[in-house]
Design a protein around this ligand. Structure first.
Ligand code: GDP
Length: 298
């Protein structure tokens, strides 16, 4: 069928040869390894990671006849092993409030993710305050207010164009006074104005530390799975601007299988706290390495 031609199973079958999935068919040789590398690179896993995964797969199998099923299972196991160490939910600390700074380019899903997280924390009995730190985008503030209503969480805002650092400072003051468990701070994502954004984020962190030297306790980078390899450069860029402590990958419900997550895990080792699997409030899931690997391999 046409659908199979494009996805994992079709490609792997093409690599090994068609027929019964479990029947050993083709010898695993250099040609097959090269095709496998290519397949993994096409899936956004990055060159270095792809080459290594293919080499690991060849170990003990080189020159031997293999089946599609064997390659598929070995591949999924390799990928799951890379992802296992980074699959960690957002750590909760015994501090009040725990300050979570949320960064990422516009459109990556920051606002949505903050809403979903707030809802999960509320369900876990935590009190949450949200600060709408993207003060330059009125639409972002409005969106966040809608999410706050849905999650039953107050959203602190400031007049359009006002200093996000001052809002962050006020928000932390309020969250401290109220004894809130968590403060989540949205930020701007105007990468086209990199120097400004860097200064803005640095200033937010500076003023937060005036109130709590440990703040922010987490800096979450939100990435859009549909941007593929772009996610790598976004991590690099945001790590220059902020002390990124973990990732959330959104839009994994679509056609994007998120192969770039493997490259990210392999390159940066940053924890993946959650994945976005839809636009609704409950569409945020823990990252499950085995499920992910199985879906990626197809
Ligand atoms: P922001 O600019 O980074 O704050 O991004 P938004 O939170 O406004 O999200 C941008 C768009 O992506 C919106 O249309 C969201 O509904 C959509 N979105 C966010 N997360 C997900 C997800 O996990 N799956 C899908 N399908 N859409 C998402």
């Amino acid at each position: 069928p046409a659908a199979e031609e494009e996805g994992g199973p079709g490609l792997l079958a093409r690599l090994v040869g068609r027929g019964e999935a479990a029947a050993p068919r083709r010898v695993l040789d250099d040609e097959m390894l090269e095709s496998l590398e290519e397949l993994l690179i096409t899936a956004d896993m990055g060159v270095d990671t792809s080459v290594r995964v293919a080499a690991n797969l060849a170990e003990g199998r080189y020159g031997r006849r293999v089946s599609t099923r064997e390659i598929k299972e070995a591949l999924a196991a390799e990928i799951a092993a890379i992802m296992e160490p980074v699959a960690r939910p957002l750590p909760l600390y015994p501090v009040t409030p725990q300050v979570v700074l949320v960064v990422g380019v516009n459109g990556s899903g920051k606002t949505t993710t903050i809403g979903k997280l707030a809802s999960q924390f509320r369900a876990a009995g935590k009190s949450v305050v949200i600060a709408a730190g993207d003060t330059f985008r009125a639409a972002a503030v409005e969106q966040l207010q809608i999410w706050g209503e849905r999650a039953g969480v107050p959203v602190l805002t400031a007049p359009e164009g006002s200093d996000p650092a001052s809002l962050a400072f006020d928000a932390l003051t309020k969250a401290q006074a109220e004894g809130a468990d968590l403060l989540m701070i949205d930020t701007a994502g105007r990468l086209q104005n990199r120097a400004d954004l860097m200064e803005e984020l640095a200033k937010i962190v500076r003023v937060l530390k005036k109130k709590d030297p440990e703040a922010p306790h987490n800096t979450l980078l939100v990435l859009d799975a549909t941007t593929g390899q772009n996610a790598i450069s976004q991590v690099k860029t945001f790590r220059q601007m902020a002390d990124v402590s973990g990732l959330v990958m959104t839009k994994l419900d679509g056609t994007a299988k998120g192969g770039v997550l493997v490259a990210l895990a392999d390159t940066f080792g940053l924890p993946i706290h959650a994945i976005g699997v839809g636009e609704q409030i409950d569409d945020l899931a823990p990252f499950d390495p085995e499920e992910f690997a199985a879906a990626l391999v197809g």
